[in-house]
Design a protein around this ligand. Structure first.
Ligand SMILES: Cc1cc2nc3c(=O)[nH]c(=O)nc-3n(C[C@H](O)[C@H](O)[C@H](O)COP(=O)(O)OP(=O)(O)OC[C@H]3O[C@@H](n4cnc5c(N)ncnc54)[C@H](O)[C@@H]3O)c2cc1C
Length: 449
């Protein structure tokens, strides 16, 4: 008997899970409430401009995400640095300071850059190196580690507020979507261990060369179709319940019966749909897990002002700036996106106020902005970009296998050990599909009946 699998949610987690199940011979139906696949990675048109809902980057250590890109046949639509190189800009500085890796093994690969990292004093650089060695020894899998606050741990290991903002948060804020003082030590240790302290090439940075829709959503639709899966977009699932034949999935149309279900929706939607007692956390867990916004400030200029694909900012509210000219298919001038993570304080700021704040800040980093004309300025706001990676969040992240037989969970917010990233989403989808495929569908039906 071909097993019928319903995947609810067509973000990267749902896409990964659905493809794995379809490739294994299951009869897969994907339910996605939006008109397109891709979830939190999507694009829209603003006149002739192709705009992403927010700049996304990945690292070479994101192996599950890179496997997904290969499965989607789009690995040639991304750029991956041959060697980590981050130009770090400060207001008024003549030239960026470069964080570059050398050919040495980790963690020595960053030693030369660190020695020349002008934003930190010599003593701060030495203390940074000592704290990095100590962070490598932290066990992120312990509940006691997850209960600790990363900022407090850094200060206990000799880090000044300035070192935290000028170096630790340069990497941490974008990967964790949190300031150090609000972040779980476990998640921070995972990011730094996986990205910077173990394998020298792990933190090489990658980004899409096309709008996200052409990287994820559209190719996923084509691949799922080719693999024999049915994709139902604009199909919000209203309820799931166990029935003698398996699971009944209720939408606004006729109900669907599946043998097994992978629920790959955001936490609040998952808690609403999950049967009572199917996860160990007590009711209200999704609200306690919470979410953190990311906003992007988009600036279209009449001329190029940035010669690198991206820069990071130090001693400025500008976190990361990306040249989006090619991806957006802008023909004249340059299009920059300023990505602002952990944006609780900015998400409700009116666009005019953001313009008044960020254009002068950008000009202080990019002197060529002084002569440029701003052709367009707009802001994208994702209020629930990621779960809140706070101390204690691990206890609120359920694993792929639920207490309800035949029902599995996926999503970047589930218990992957990673912060909410594209890698976390792909890992969670693979974990849910693997767990499902290891369970016999006939056992499932027999037990429910
Ligand atoms: C602005 C921004 C910038 C980011 N930057 C980065 C970055 O640089 N690098 C990185 O790795 N990650 C980044 N992320 C995080 C990354 O995008 C997410 O972690 C990842 O895409 C989440 O995928 P997911 O499948 O777990 O969830 P989602 O993408 O949220 O997918 C869930 C899907 O379920 C659907 N759904 C909800 N309810 C229902 C229902 N009842 N029935 C049917 N469908 C339903 C939703 O419409 C959605 O499509 C960023 C996120 C944002 C928003």
């Amino acid at each position: 008997m071909t097993r019928r699998v319903a995947v609810i949610g067509g973000g990267l987690a749902g896409i990964t899970a659905a493809l794995q199940c379809a490739d294994a011979g299951c009869q897969v139906t994907v339910f996605e409430s939006r008109p397109q696949l891709g979830g939190l990675t999507h694009s829209f048109a603003r006149g002739d401009l192709n705009v992403d809902n927010g700049q996304h980057v990945f690292l070479r250590c994101c192996t599950s995400y890179l496997a997904l890109l290969r499965r989607l046949g789009v690995a040639d639509r991304v750029e991956l640095q041959p060697r980590l190189a981050i130009p770090v800009c400060s207001p008024g500085a003549d030239a960026p300071v470069w964080l570059r890796r050398t050919a040495l093994p980790a963690p020595l690969h960053l030693a030369a850059s660190l020695l020349q990292y002008r934003p930190l004093s010599t003593m701060e650089r030495v203390r940074f190196a000592l704290a990095a060695v100590a962070l490598k020894r932290v066990d992120p899998t312990l509940a006691a580690t997850d209960e600790q606050n990363f900022g407090t741990w850094l200060r206990r290991h000799g880090q000044s507020n300035h070192a935290i903002s000028a170096l630790w948060e340069l990497v941490g804020i974008a990967t964790l979507n949190s300031r150090a003082d609000q972040a779980s030590l476990s998640l921070a240790a995972t990011v730094f261990q996986e990205g910077l302290l173990t394998d020298a090439s792990a933190a090489d940075i990658g980004w899409s060369l096309v709008p996200l829709r052409e990287l994820h959503g559209d190719p996923a639709l084509a691949c799922l179709d080719a693999a024999g899966a049915q994709v139902r977009t604009s199909a919000a699932v209203r309820g799931i319940q166990p029935v003698p034949e398996g699971w009944q999935i209720t939408t606004d149309g006729a109900p669907t019966i599946a043998d097994q279900v992978i629920l790959a929706v955001p936490p609040a939607a998952a808690e609403q749909l999950l049967p009572t007692d199917s996860v160990t956390a007590t009711p209200g867990w999704s609200q306690r897990l919470g979410s953190v916004p990311i906003i992007n400030v988009h600036v279209v200029l009449d001329r190029p002002v940035l010669s690198e694909p991206f820069i990071a900012g130090v001693d400025t509210p500008v976190q990361w700036v990306f040249d989006r000219t090619a991806q957006s298919r802008l023909r004249h001038g340059q299009y920059l996106a300023v990505s602002l993570s952990a944006a609780d304080d900015l998400v409700n700021t009116p666009t005019a106020d953001l313009r008044a704040q960020f254009l002068p800040e950008l000009t202080a980093l990019l002197p060529k902005m002084r002569d440029a004309q701003v052709r367009d300025f707009f802001v994208t706001r994702e209020r629930h970009a990621t779960f809140r990676p706070a101390p204690g969040s691990a206890a609120l992240r359920p694993s792929a296998v639920t207490g309800a037989r035949g029902l599995f969970l996926a999503g970047a917010w589930t218990a992957t050990g990673w912060p909410a990233t594209m890698e976390g989403a792909a890992r969670s989808g693979a974990a849910a599909a693997t767990a499902l495929l290891e369970t016999s569908p006939t056992d499932v039906v027999a037990e429910v009946a």
